[in-house]
Design a protein around this ligand. Structure first.
Ligand code: MN
Length: 242
């Protein structure tokens, strides 16, 4: 039994290579395995009520994977935080809150998307606070679909132009926030995505060894983390050519 982790695929209909890579990847987990999708699975999400053949296709692949015995979990990212119980249910996934602590091997491991750790980005933290408010979400989801699309496009272009001017360090996690989360959950290991800086960080804190595993995005290569026989493997692989 293996446990798989992916994040930051940024799936979208026009991303044919990433989509093909995802379809290939979904053949890897075997019956009895678990797969955790730690956010930014879709490039954006404006409501479970928005129907599209592409979304339908992805949903069916997830459901088929679950039907052959793979347990699927999904955690929101900053782009797809509006994915709701309806889509998760149809896709055969269990929706997790951020953070979630799971037992892996013999130890607790903290799972996060990672955006909540980037506390030096004041503007984003402000947006996050607003957009994760159930009242704001309800209001947003009640708007006509065209208005939601327009809002999402505007938010994305504004985010791209402001991110290109931001200092590198504020786009990464705040190390102290990582320690706070690990101490709070009495864990020595964290797995997250979001920063697009795949790596395994190890350090000492309070006399113990701690580890932070960062998943990679799927922009140019695919990435997954596999836990098996008490071993963590962070793997980069080629996406298929279209
Ligand atoms: Mn993200």
């Amino acid at each position: 039994m293996s446990t798989w982790f992916i994040s930051d695929l940024h799936l979208a209909p026009e991303e044919t290579r990433i989509t093909a890579g995802f379809l290939d990847f979904m053949l890897e987990p075997q019956a009895g395995d678990s797969l955790y999708i730690l956010g930014d699975f879709f490039n954006y999400w404006i409501g479970d009520d928005v129907k599209h053949p592409y979304i339908e296709q992805i949903q069916q692949v997830l459901k088929a994977t679950q039907a052959r015995g793979v347990t699927l979990y999904f955690m929101h990212g900053n782009r797809d935080f509006l994915i709701g119980e309806d889509f998760c249910k149809a896709a055969g996934m269990t929706l997790l809150s951020d953070p979630t602590v799971i037992q892996l091997g013999s130890e607790p491991v903290v799972l996060m998307h990672g955006d909540s750790l980037c506390t030096r980005d004041d503007a984003y933290m402000e947006f996050r606070k607003m957009a994760r408010n159930p009242q704001w979400q309800k209001q947003f989801l009640n708007q006509p679909i065209e208005d939601r699309i327009a809002y999402a496009q505007k938010a994305r272009s504004e985010s791209q132009s402001s991110n290109s001017m931001k200092d590198e360090s504020i786009m990464d996690v705040t190390p102290a926030e990582v320690d706070i989360a690990l101490t709070k959950h009495q864990s020595k290991r964290m797995i997250h995505g979001h920063t697009h800086r795949p790596n395994i960080h190890q350090w000492q804190q309070d006399g113990e060894s701690r580890e932070r595993i960062v998943l990679g995005d799927w922009y140019t290569k695919g990435w997954y983390l596999k836990f098996d026989h008490d071993q963590y493997d962070l793997v980069e692989f080629d996406l298929p050519n279209p």
